[in-house]
Design a protein around this ligand. Structure first.
Ligand SMILES: Nc1nc2c(ncn2[C@@H]2O[C@H](COP(=O)(O)OP(=O)(O)OP(=O)(O)O)[C@@H](O)[C@H]2O)c(=O)[nH]1
Length: 237
């Protein structure tokens, strides 16, 4: 049985367990130590669905349709010997779904806000997404910024330094550049999120309090990091 920690209340926990087991089937009824709910938000077409697909199966199908409302997927990962079930909610980026998608913020433990680093406007709208999280999400929400499509380096319109600055200003855990297409930094993003949530929910104990640690920055050409080696690190911006 997974423990689904606050901010979800009992009703939410029950609902989560029910929908999790109904949707995910026997494979996901396996033992896990923790269950965390993560939402992916951000403008339409930044690649949220692809990021989740890449996390689920390391493969992304070329043709994606715009997400209607919300959808979720589940994958279990190991973090420092703990089995963590990540229930990842994909939300529609289109404005017309905003009321529906915002109703999912409250019960999330973590949020990943994605932008397309080849489209400046998707980065410029991040403050609005952050503000909406502050308004509708839990105060304890862990935030990660994701600059997706880093394979499109030649079309880059957003400096990584700008993302670092915003991450620091908004108290985000990390700023990463990812490519869902090439499965680059995807595992790292979810590992970082899972590890931080484990720390905050008592699953991992560190001598020093990690919530006081600096933000993690992972540029598109940073070396992949895995499991035990995953550490807080800074970029040179
Ligand atoms: N080059 C490149 N293209 C990507 C990447 N990730 C997604 N795409 C493409 O970007 C487009 C939009 O991807 P989606 O995952 O549907 O975007 P979304 O953010 O979920 O969009 P909404 O559902 O409308 O919110 C698709 O054509 C994808 O193939 C990436 O890492 N690199």
């Amino acid at each position: 049985m997974c423990s689904l920690s606050s901010p979800a209340d009992d009703t939410e926990m029950q609902w989560c367990r029910t929908s999790l087991f109904q949707s995910a089937g026997r494979e996901d009824e396996e033992r896990c130590d923790f269950l965390f709910k993560i939402i992916l938000i951000g403008d339409s077409n930044v690649g949220k669905t692809c990021v989740i697909q890449s996390f689920r199966s390391a493969e992304v199908t070329e043709l994606q349709h715009n997400t209607i409302g919300v959808d979720f997927t589940v994958r279990s990962i190991d973090v420092d010997g703990r089995r963590v079930k990540m229930q990842v909610w994909d939300t529609a980026g289109q404005e017309r779904f905003r009321t529906i998608t915002q109703s999912y913020y409250r019960s999330a433990h973590g949020a990943m806000i994605a932008y397309d680093l080849s489209r400046r406007d998707t980065f410029d709208s991040l403050p609005h997404w952050i503000q909406a999280l502050e308004q509708y999400g839990a105060a304890s929400l862990v935030l990660v910024l994701i600059g997706n499509k880093c394979d499109l380096e030649a079309q880059r319109q957003v400096l990584f330094e700008d993302a670092c600055t915003l991450a620091e200003r908004s108290g985000a855990l990390a700023a990463l550049e990812t490519s869902a297409k090439h499965h680059h930094n995807i595992e790292e993003a979810f590992q970082l999120m899972a590890r931080e949530l484990l720390v905050r929910h008592g699953g991992i104990h560190y001598q020093d309090n990690q919530s006081d640690s600096p933000t993690v920055y992972l540029h598109s050409d940073s070396h992949p990091i895995e499991g035990e080696q995953l550490e807080k690190r800074s970029c040179d911006c």
